[in-house]
Design a protein. Structure first.
Length: 406
């Protein structure tokens, strides 16, 4: 009997088919591939034993990655005890997983949500390839990840997972016509308040556009966080450990519902709309939408099947946390302004475990303005105290929230 992943239906492979790919040696490793690596529509990739500090980013082109590394490596460190990666330096790490893809099956990679929220820029490199993160059908060989921590010095170690891989047969992307049919069939994919947005209210143009929420959080004008410069070391093995205010500055909106993003700074913001991804679909946030502004929104933009999907009658949908950097100039955004896009992808079939299922580590199913899992979220009183010190809140008309009960 043919295995599930031999079927010809186009789309992204679900968890149960990825399990079969591993059993058949399409994905293989010298180390056991662990149960916790399997996600609803992806497989977590693990760092290997060594990290190479290189002169610059590169693509192998017609060569293999190891050949390029021999020319461009400055020094090499062991990841067995762990190593510190300095901000803005370029590192390359061989991954523990390798591929033996058959013809007709390609793969795509992206950073995990936690990685993107830490402003760690990662891209997977494969031999004799002139593109990052896209692995062509039939590829046989090792995988490497390029790592650039843009804001913080970070400590990483072998077996840690910074990225994930998806397996795709054919064209998985949904057209606008398919998204429209799905939206109407599902009774909504985007939500505000207690209900779904009507189809006439959404912006659909080669994907669903999302707006930014600058209305404030929990009775304060808190709308996001900006990465602090010259922070301390962030050990990625520590969970719920660091005070967020030691690494991030709270960002507050004005009474006009506006925010000026400073050039080159990294922000965590949230979408105005809540997103619900049906179990037989996945989605990806477009990293850069030039007509919407000179900024990048989302470094880790993959949404698993079942993201924001509620099973027990709760208000559906979950906000998307946007990882934003203004690229070439300060950029002003207003509450509800559309500047990032969600592209939907068809699954070949529904995963046997969707996002939010017990035991698969769905850290952000009920997120609000949620930093990565390494941080303790401060109490509202602490945020208020910090707000009083912010220069933009010193105008009398902007301080009214400090006297309100909440």
């Amino acid at each position: 009997m043919p295995s599930r992943h031999s079927r010809e239906r186009p789309g992204v492979f679900p968890r149960q088919d990825i399990v079969e790919l591993v059993r058949d040696g399409v994905v293989h490793s010298a180390f056991t591939i662990e149960q916790k690596q399997f996600q609803p529509a992806s497989l977590d990739l693990r760092l290997g034993e060594r990290v190479h500090r290189v002169q610059c980013s590169f693509l192998p082109g017609k060569e293999d990655v190891q050949t390029k590394l021999k020319r461009h490596t400055i020094h090499t460190m062991s990841l067995l005890p762990g190593a510190v990666l300095e901000p803005h330096a370029v590192y390359v790490v061989p991954l523990m997983e390798e591929l033996n893809l058959p013809q007709g099956l390609a793969a795509r990679t992206n950073p995990r949500s936690t990685t993107g929220r830490l402003d760690i820029f990662t891209r997977v490199i494969s031999d004799r390839n002139d593109r990052f993160d896209e692995i062509p059908e039939g590829y046989q060989g090792p995988l490497f990840v390029e790592i650039v921590s843009r804001s913080f010095p970070v400590r990483v170690a072998r077996h840690m997972s910074l990225g994930q891989i998806r397996f795709v047969r054919g064209n998985s992307r949904c057209t606008d016509e398919e998204i429209e049919a799905l939206y109407k069939r599902e009774g909504g994919l985007l939500y505000v308040g207690d209900g779904a947005m009507g189809f006439g209210e959404i912006l659909l143009r080669e994907g669903l556009f999302l707006g930014v929420d600058l209305s404030g959080t929990d009775g304060t004008p808190l709308v996001g966080y900006k990465a602090r410069r010259n922070s301390g070391l962030l050990d990625l093995s520590q969970v719920n450990h660091y005070n967020i205010l030691d690494f991030w500055e709270p960002v507050f909106t004005t009474t006009k519902g506006q925010l000026i993003l400073e050039k080159g700074e990294f922000y965590l913001l949230t979408s105005k709309e809540r997103v619900r991804i049906p179990p037989n679909y996945a989605a990806e946030m477009v990293a850069y939408e030039q007509p919407s502004g000179e900024l990048r929104t989302h470094y880790a933009g993959f949404f698993d099947p079942g993201f924001g999907y509620r099973q027990a009658g709760e208000v559906p949908g979950t906000v998307a946390v946007m990882e934003v950097r203004a690229l070439d100039a300060p950029f002003m955004v207003e509450d509800g302004q559309k500047f990032c896009k969600l592209q939907l992808e068809k699954m070949t079939e529904t995963p046997d475990q969707i996002y939010g299922s017990k035991g698969i580590g769905s850290s952000y199913q009920h997120q609000k303005l949620t930093p990565s899992k390494h941080f303790k979220v401060p109490e509202l009183a602490e945020i208020r105290k910090r707000a009083e010190k912010m220069e933009q809140l010193r105008a009398p008309e902007q301080l009214s929230f400090l006297t309100r009960d909440s």
